[in-house]
Design a binder for this molecule. Structure first.
Ligand SMILES: [Zn+2]
Length: 582
């Protein structure tokens, strides 16, 4: 009881510094809900261990015919990934599917606990949804991280008492792994995702970017990137309906407060979730993607109950709009299958914004006792409402021509494996053949100087397009683009796309020249080359005139001539995936 009093005293001290409209409503844990859910046992400051979570769902599935639990592939930890499914007793065949992913960052476990409560209440009929909806959940995605429990790696987070670690069993951040797929977890995820084919995808997290009164923030997938009828629908109808419903439940949420080391009252920009992130991945399959980010400085019980309310709201709003969501998704698939040019780069449009009535804490600049420089400090006793500009429009800045098909020489098995995992349809050439194709030469790219998620990531990749007749072998892979996976194919196989396989180092072997020349003997060939090719000689002289460093560097000059001779190898900088011409 003392614990209870302490817990509610803290909750009320928090509520007192907010506007009424953002009052949070912490549900008092009910005795009958107290099964093996650590969150309930502990009066709201614990999260269940991996074993407790799995045992809980096993028992739930045993006791309720509406709940099933299945195992999928495996994770880097060695355990399979679990999928929980809630099917209403008289489920319709063309139901809307919601997939909830929890514990990708196990230090942010609010969704793990909220989903346990949610599935328990669904199974026990305490939440009544229309019969046209199925709800799925991955109880804990990062199993290795969840087992690596501690009390401090989420610096300054307000509970729970213990939690897991962000890195997985191999120390990958799984929320950067949805394209490069270094982990087994991501392959188990692909298996689940393409089995469920979710209309709505939700990933649960906690955030620490700034301080403000809201417990709940949301990152819906960027609507211009989602594109088509679905992007428009999500932005103008679905999100407002979700926000209104949350407000009516006293759980007002704000768009994710995307600021670093400055207060949000000056406005902020939407986060662009490229395909490496969970909702960037779900956008490739025209699902409405949402990241719930509960605020880590709020009481853990607030975060769990808020996430629970958000999950319930998503289910309710989705259930009301099943036919509309399905129709818009179908339109999006059709739209992208018929598209001639696919947008691959986006830039924020700073001229457009949504005006938010943002509830802020007073932010002060004080002198740091530690460094002597200015520091930011929020005053939680002083909150106010301010209109801020939320820039949530992006415009495409570059696009690529979508080919009829991509051709992948069979030796790039790692790519073919990933296509299989992602339910891509392809065929193998039945005999050797010559095809008219476009292909790329990599003309420029940058590489990060420090490792990022096990890679030295490339960016700002530029290509030049060439056309030729190429010889392909029996067994090479032909992937037609007129299929559901069109977005996945373009985003991974076009080198200029932000999260392309090229940028994730899958083709680094073509970036290195394998054969070189001996200067003492190539000198004679170079002289012949200039004698016999007037045009080349002109270009060579022009380059010397226009490039001082080149003019002073004899090796650079020989190297340039070597690259313009028959001796230079074809494979260097040639991107090895081809685009079939019409
Ligand atoms: Zn997170």
């Amino acid at each position: 009881m003392i614990k209870y009093l302490f817990f509610f005293a803290l909750s009320f001290s928090f509520i007192s510094c907010q506007d009424k409209s953002t009052d949070t409503k912490v549900t008092k844990p009910e005795k009958e809900r107290e099964v093996n859910i650590a969150y309930l046992r502990s009066d709201g400051d614990s999260t269940s261990t991996y074993t407790e979570v799995i045992d809980f769902y096993k028992a739930l599935a045993k006791n309720h015919s509406s709940i099933t639990m299945t195992e999928h592939y495996k994770t880097d930890d060695g355990q399979p990934l679990h999928l929980i499914e809630y099917t209403p007793k008289t489920a319709r065949s063309n139901s809307l599917n919601i997939l909830i992913n929890n514990g990708i960052h196990p230090g942010e476990p609010g969704g793990i606990d909220a989903s346990m409560l949610f599935f328990k209440d669904l199974a026990e009929g305490k939440i009544k949804l229309k019969e046209n909806i199925k709800i799925y959940s991955i109880p804990i995605y990062n199993i290795g991280g969840a087992k690596n429990r501690n009390s401090h790696s989420r610096t300054n987070q307000n509970g729970p008492a213990e939690y897991g670690f962000r890195g997985n069993a191999k120390n990958y951040d799984l929320n950067r792994d949805f394209i490069k797929s270094d982990s087994k977890n991501s392959k188990a995820f692909y298996e689940i995702y393409h089995r469920v084919e979710p209309d709505i995808f939700i990933d649960t997290h906690a955030t620490n970017g700034a301080d403000y009164p809201y417990t709940l923030t949301h990152i819906f997938t960027q609507q211009d990137q989602l594109g088509g009828a679905l992007g428009q629908y999500m932005n103008t109808q679905f999100i407002p309906e979700v926000e209104d419903s949350l407000t009516s439940k006293k759980w007002e949420a704000t768009p994710y407060v995307n600021v670093f080391n400055r207060p949000p009252d000056g406005g902020f920009q939407q986060f662009l979730d490229t395909p490496r992130y969970s909702t960037g991945y779900s956008t490739l399959w025209n699902s409405i993607g949402l990241v719930i980010e509960s605020h880590m400085l709020k009481e853990y019980a607030d975060r769990v109950e808020g996430t629970y309310a958000f999950l319930k709201t998503m289910a309710e709003v989705s259930a009301k709009n099943v036919s509309e969501i399905k129709e818009k998704r179908d339109k999006n698939f059709k739209h992208f299958r018929e598209l001639a040019y696919y947008p691959i780069q986006y830039k924020i449009d700073t001229t457009r914004y949504r005006a938010l009535q943002f509830k802020a804490f007073q932010a002060d600049t004080l002198k740091s006792e530690v460094t002597g420089f200015d520091r930011l400090k929020y005053n939680r006793d002083s909150s106010y409402t301010v209109e801020v500009e939320y820039n949530n429009k992006f415009k495409a800045t570059d696009s690529v021509k979508i080919p009829k098909a991509y051709i992948i020489p069979q030796q790039w098995e790692n790519i073919v494996e990933l296509l299989k995992w992602n339910s891509v349809d392809y065929q193998r050439l039945s005999k050797d053949t010559i095809l008219d194709v476009d292909y790329y030469r990599i003309s420029d790219f940058e590489t990060s100087k420090t490792p990022y998620e096990g890679h030295y990531l490339h960016s700002n990749t530029q290509v030049k397009v060439f056309n030729s007749k190429q010889h392909f072998r029996k067994g090479d892979i032909l992937v037609k683009t007129d299929q559901r996976a069109i977005r996945y194919l373009v985003e991974t196989l076009e080198p200029q796309a932000v999260d392309s396989y090229f940028n994730w180092n899958f083709f680094d072997s073509v970036l290195q020249q394998k054969e070189h020349f001996s200067t003492y003997i190539f000198e004679d060939d170079a002289a012949d080359l200039l004698k016999n090719d007037e045009k080349l000689k002109e270009r060579f002289e022009e380059k010397k005139k226009g490039d001082k460093n080149f003019a002073k560097n004899w090796y650079a000059q020989l190297n340039w001539l070597h690259k313009h001779s028959k001796f230079y190898e074809d494979a260097h900088l040639k991107y090895p995936i081809f685009k079939l011409r019409e």
